[in-house]
Design a protein around this ligand. Structure first.
Ligand code: NAG
Ligand code: NAG
Ligand code: NAG
Length: 378
């Protein structure tokens, strides 16, 4: 009896060891070793272990991490200056509260994932050669006047995941990419993007931008804009005077109710248009608003449509899931095309209609019209 109990205990013990062994394949060395690499930071061993609490403002921030002295005398101690890349300065993930003094030779500056709350002129006084700045995932609330304006070579400015309430003004005219997503921006000062003729990417998604946050001509000077992301804001209207050079326009998760007639009239390159999660009804869509021959991918999921809108024969993907569509008439939605030419059939390949009031089978006239259709989800 006793032996049996002991055996059971042993078995249980073995099982526990085995489970632990699976979690931690390498047992800790018994003797502290000086020759081996330092152990990796401890990971939580069970889901019950709570992760570190979020640091509290402002005293609970962990101390800045300083690196070993660099061979460059101007290398800030908070940063890493790779000897083989004297133009790069790596200061990310170091618990920094402020931007160090940036050396003149820096072209590429990495400051993401810190606790920086302000961008001051002092730090950027002597680094006029800067091309890229990544300040993503900090706590920046304010940018001192004319800090960036004095960086004539700046091409990329990334400030996503901060606490900005306004688009910083005085941005340099040569900028090509500006990322300001996931801030609290509710105001775009007049002229914020004026003269920015080279800007190709403007990302403002996940902010608090409303129709009144910006003037009618705010995007007008962006003569080379290719991608504009205004998703996840509080717009009720389509933004005015958006450049017709756009290739991608993302407006998901706003409160847009309608698209004005001719809104896309002179858009020659627009290929990707996303309007998921808005309030668009049939009434808000003029009949030929999507008659844009460059359009390849149109997203209108989670709106209030009762009918399939008309679209061009070049369109390849159409997302209409989660609307109020009750029927599809393939004859009515079939875009004009050359019926005598096999290659002239409308190019639609993928159609999503699930989450509406439809049930299979797919109407025959839909299949007859869209001969390139690979998948249809009902
Ligand atoms: C700016 O950098 C240059 C080149 O390294 C240096 O000669 C000059 O003293 C610096 N100026 C200031 C104000 O730090
Ligand atoms: C669509 O646009 C083409 C020219 O791009 C035009 O010829 C055609 O009439 C338009 N169709 C509708 C329904 O507006
Ligand atoms: C589809 O629309 C066409 C043209 O408007 C009409 O003649 C036809 O009867 C409709 N089909 C169905 C099934 O309602």
């Amino acid at each position: 009896m006793k032996a049996g109990l002991a055996y059971c205990c042993l078995l249980v013990l073995l099982l526990i060891t085995d489970v632990c062994g699976q979690r931690r394949p390498k047992p800790k060395p018994v003797r502290p070793s000086t020759t081996r690499k330092p152990p990796a930071p401890k990971k939580p061993t069970s889901p019950a272990t709570k992760s570190e609490p979020e640091p509290q403002e402002p005293t609970d921030f962990p101390p800045p991490i300083l690196g070993p002295p660099s061979e460059f005398s101007d290398c800030p101690r908070e940063c890493f200056c790779p000897p083989s890349h004297p133009n790069a300065l790596y200061c990310e993930n170091r618990n920094l509260r402020k931007v160090p003094i940036i050396p003149f030779r820096t072209h590429y500056l990495y400051l993401q994932n810190n606790y920086i709350d302000q961008v001051t002129a002092e730090s950027f006084k002597n680094c006029t050669e800067l091309k890229w700045i990544n300040l993503g995932n900090n706590r920046i609330r304010s940018v001192e006047k004319q800090v960036f304006e004095k960086l004539p070579n700046l091409l990329y400015l990334y400030m996503q995941r901060n606490e900005l309430k306004e688009v910083p003004d005085d941005l340099p005219a040569g900028l090509e990419q500006l990322r300001l997503s996931r801030n609290q921006i509710s105001k775009i000062p007049p002229g914020a993007f004026s003269k920015m003729e080279h800007l190709a990417l403007l990302d403002l998604h996940h902010n608090r931008i409303s129709d009144s946050s910006m003037g009618k001509n705010i995007f007008k000077d962006l003569k080379n804009l290719i991608q504009l992301n205004l998703a996840h804001n509080i717009l009720r209207k389509m933004p005015a005077n958006v450049p017709n050079t756009l290739f991608q326009l993302f407006l998901d998760r706003n409160n847009i109710e309608e698209i004005p007639q001719d809104y896309f009239k002179n858009f020659a390159s627009l290929a990707f248009l996303r309007l998921n999660y808005n309030q668009i009804s049939d009434k808000g869509l003029p009949k030929s608003v999507f008659n844009v021959s460059s359009l390849l991918d149109l997203h209108l999921a989670h709106n209030k449509l009762s009918n399939v809108p008309l679209f061009n024969s070049e369109l390849e993907q159409l997302h209409l899931n989660n609307n109020n569509i009750e029927s599809v008439n393939g004859t009515e939605i079939c875009p004009p095309h050359n019926v005598h030419d096999e290659n002239g059939a409308p190019k639609l390949r993928y159609l999503r209609l699930d989450g509406n009031h439809l049930s299979p089978p797919v109407p025959l006239d839909v299949i007859m019209c869209f001969r390139h259709l690979h998948a249809i989800v009902i």
